[in-house]
Write a protein that binds this ligand. Structure first.
Ligand code: MN
Ligand code: MN
Length: 374
């Protein structure tokens, strides 16, 4: 660390000021408690040394974590209707799809969820019951695969089979692995590791590599994990956009402006769709409706953006009529799991919230994928 020219106290102050205050100064004040009575002056730059330490309300974090997992299941159930359809086809058949009605190529009942939610639940249950154990996660994936799920992505199937046959917890890097299967189940990892950015990155990638080993998939996991963590501590959308802008300088492929209107099994297209709809809408409902009416890998994009938007807009923003469509057992389980994951997180153990910079470093990775999809 290059701080020899400063007194330790000055260094500490400088660190504290680039600390969460930088993140929180744009945040909605109702969900944040400041230990000191004065809030940081938003007009001051990060140099301002007087920012008081800030903490988040664990109740609020728990609600946002619940909304993230619930939002993800809702995005899956809503988007399953339009999965693999073209936007024009969706328009012809549904006008604008705004309701959870099931159907789709899987002929689902209304509110039925698919692999995206089921795999995320495997991860969530595993962490809640066993702490961090890759073997336990892989075992749950294996039992799930054996239960003849309604849908399984081909890369996920291959990875799980490899584990079942050879016991391998990570496949070798593979150019076909730049799909959505790892990032669609990253939300529970982001919540369980709140807000240890290093742990979130490690865990996200470890769970990803059970089935997907590709830089672009890794990057998507880290980006989505970072957005969920920041949203869970009530970070403003301006700040989230700043994070994405910082990271997409490194990961040029995820740049979503101008939006190419593609949502496919390729993680780059899906990430662009997720980012486009999250940043160009103002409510949970509009964000999800926009995303799933784009078609393509609609349930997966819905599941990913539903987690981010759920954490960001919070529980009250999720339309009741959508929650009512989900099986009550899933809603109850998601509530209980999300509160267990938050309770076991470093945040609940009193870990201080890291600086915004800690969230925005992804240098030296993912600048170019070697994907056949490009
Ligand atoms: Mn699915
Ligand atoms: Mn899908």
């Amino acid at each position: 660390m290059m701080m020899g020219h400063r007194s330790p106290e000055a260094a500490l102050k400088a660190r504290a000021s680039t600390h969460l205050c930088a993140i929180l100064r744009h945040s909605r004040s109702d969900s944040i408690r400041a230990r000191a009575s004065s809030r940081p002056d938003p007009t001051k730059s990060e140099e301002g040394p007087k920012s008081p330490p800030l903490i988040v309300s664990l109740d609020d974090v728990r609600q946002r974590a619940y909304a993230a997992l619930l939002g993800s299941a809702i995005g899956d159930a809503l988007g399953a209707t339009t999965e693999f359809m073209m936007p024009e086809e969706i328009k012809q058949r549904h006008g604008v799809l705004r309701e959870i009605i099931g159907g789709g190529w899987l002929r689902l009942s209304a509110g039925q969820v698919t692999d995206d939610t089921q795999m995320a639940l495997c991860v969530a249950r595993s962490i809640a019951e066993s702490g961090w154990s890759l073997t336990d996660i892989a075992d749950r994936f294996a039992s799930w695969l054996k239960s003849r799920p309604v849908d399984v992505g081909s890369t996920c199937r291959r990875g799980i089979r490899r584990y079942m046959v050879h016991g391998t917890l990570a496949g070798p890097p593979f150019e076909d692995d730049a799909g959505n299967g790892a990032v669609m189940r990253v939300a529970p990892v982001a919540i369980a590791s709140l807000v240890d950015t290093k742990l979130m990155r490690e865990w996200s990638i470890e769970q990803a590599h059970i089935t997907h080993n590709h830089d672009l998939s890794d990057c998507a996991c880290i980006l989505v994990g970072s957005l969920i963590q920041l949203a869970c501590i009530a970070t403003s959308k301006l700040r989230l956009l700043q994070l994405v802008t910082n990271l997409t300088t490194d990961v040029a492929s995820f740049g979503f402006r101008p939006y190419r209107r593609l949502c496919t099994a390729y993680v780059v297209d899906t990430m662009q769709t997720v980012l486009h709809y999250f940043f160009t809408t103002r409510t949970f409902e509009d964000c999800l409706v926009g995303t799933v009416n784009q078609g393509g890998d609609a349930d997966t994009a819905g599941a990913i953006v539903g987690a981010i938007a759920g954490a960001y807009y919070g529980l009250d923003s999720i339309p009741r009529r959508w929650i009512k469509k989900l099986p009550p057992t899933i809603v109850e389980e998601i509530q209980s799991l999300s509160s267990k994951l938050v309770a076991g997180s470093p945040l609940s153990a009193g870990r201080p919230i890291p600086s915004f910079q800690d969230f925005s470093v992804m240098k030296g990775k993912c600048e170019k994928g070697n994907s056949k999809w490009k």
